[in-house]
Write a protein that binds this ligand. Structure first.
Ligand SMILES: Nc1ncnc2c1ncn2[C@@H]1O[C@H](COP(=O)(O)OP(=O)(O)OP(=O)(O)O)[C@@H](O)[C@H]1O
Ligand SMILES: [Mg+2]
Ligand SMILES: [Zn+2]
Length: 268
C-alpha cells in the first residue's frame, strides 16, 4: 500500500543521519536491519515487520510519520504518543454531542482547527467520559494533517518520562523533552490534574508542579489544548504555590469549555 511504503521511507530518511547503535536480524523475514540511536531511545525494525506492524496497531503512528514528515520531533512523538484503543479512530465527525455544551465544544474545536495560528489555546474540562480526550486527539490529528507538528500526551506521562531520564544510562534527557514541549506547534495535554502530586505537611510536593509550571511557561503564547476533570480553582489548589501562576498561563489566550451531558462510556 502506498501510504505504508511512504511512511517507512519517511522514517528511514528521518533516521538516516542518526547514529547506528548496532544491528539485529529478523529470522522470520531473513533481514538484517540497523538499530538507530535517537534521543527518544534506540529504534529499529525489519522492513516487513514494520509494514505488518502498521497494518495493526501502528497505523496511527504511521499517520503521524506521514503528516509531520521532516520534523525532528517526529521519531520522539512516534515513540511517546500513547493513544488508547477506544480513541484510535476518534474524529470530530464521530463525536455525537448529547447536550448543548458538547455541541458547543464540537463547534469550538472545529473553529479552533480552522483558525489555528499556533498561538491560541483551548481548555476542555468536565467529568469522565464526556469526550474530552476524544476531542483532544481529534484536534491533534487534524492539525497534523495540516502539516503542523502536534503531541498528544497525558500530563502524568510527561512527568513519568522526565523521571525516566534521571535513571543511569538514559539516552533521553529532560532538556530534550522540554525542547520538544517548547517547539511543537501544538501540545495537547490530556488529563491535566490527574497526575499524582504527593501532599506534604499542608503544602504539596513541588517537583511535579514545578515541572508543569515550566511546561506552561514554555508554552506561553503557543497553542496548547488541555483537557481536565478539574475546575480552575481545584487546579490552583492542587498546584499550591505554583497554582496561581500555572492558571494564569493556562488561561492566557485560551477559550474554555466545560462539558456536561452524559458519560458516554455508560451509554455503550
Ligand atoms: N459524544 C460522543 N460521541 C461519540 N463518542 C464519544 C462521545 N463522548 C465520548 N465518546 C467516546 O467515549 C469514550 C470515552 O471518551 P473520552 O475518553 O474522550 O472521555 P474523557 O472525557 O476524556 O473521560 P476521562 O475524564 O475519563 O478521561 C471514547 O471512546 C470516546 O471516543
Ligand atoms: Mg480523557
Ligand atoms: Zn521481520
Amino acid at each position: 500500500m502506498q501510504a505504508e511504503n511512504n511512511s517507512f521511507e519517511i522514517i528511514k530518511n528521518l533516521l538516516k543521519n542518526q547514529k547506528v547503535a548496532g544491528q539485529e536480524y529478523c529470522e522470520k523475514h531473513n533481514e538484517t536491519y540497523d538499530l538507530i540511536e535517537t534521543p527518544g531511545g534506540i529504534v529499529g525494525s525489519c522492513s516487513i515487520c514494520w509494514r505488518e506492524g502498521i497494518k495493526k496497531e501502528d497505523k496511527a503512528m504511521a499517520e503521524i510519520a506521514i503528516e509531520s514528515k521532516g520534523a525532528w520531533q517526529t521519531p520522539f512523538i512516534m515513540k511517546n504518543e500513547h493513544v488508547s484503543d477506544d480513541l484510535k479512530d476518534a474524529k470530530l465527525n464521530t463525536y455525537k454531542p448529547t447536550d448543548k455544551t458538547q455541541e458547543q465544544a464540537k463547534k469550538l474545536a472545529i473553529q479552533y482547527i480552522k483558525q489555528f495560528n499556533g498561538e491560541r489555546s483551548l481548555i476542555i474540562s468536565g467529568g469522565s467520559g464526556r469526550g474530552k480526550s476524544h476531542i483532544g486527539i481529534s484536534i491533534a490529528n487534524a492539525i497534523r494533517q495540516m502539516g503542523y507538528t502536534a503531541w498528544f500526551v497525558k500530563s502524568r506521562d510527561i512527568l513519568k518520562l522526565i523521571q525516566s531520564t534521571y535513571e543511569d544510562g538514559s539516552a533521553l534527557t529532560e532538556d530534550y523533552i522540554m525542547k520538544v514541549i517548547e517547539t511543537i506547534d501544538l501540545l495537547v495535554l490530556d488529563d491535566l490534574g490527574a497526575e499524582y502530586i504527593k501532599p506534604i505537611q499542608g503544602d504539596s510536593e513541588s517537583w511535579a508542579s514545578d515541572i508543569l509550571y515550566n511546561v506552561f511557561e514554555l508554552r506561553l503564547n503557543k497553542a496548547t489544548v488541555c483537557t481536565t476533570n478539574y475546575s480552575m480553582s481545584a487546579l490552583e489548589q492542587k498546584y499550591s504555590r505554583n497554582g496561581e501562576r500555572i492558571n494564569s498561563r493556562l488561561l492566557y489566550k485560551a477559550d474554555t469549555i466545560r462539558l456536561q451531558g452524559e458519560d458516554y462510556r455508560l451509554t455503550i
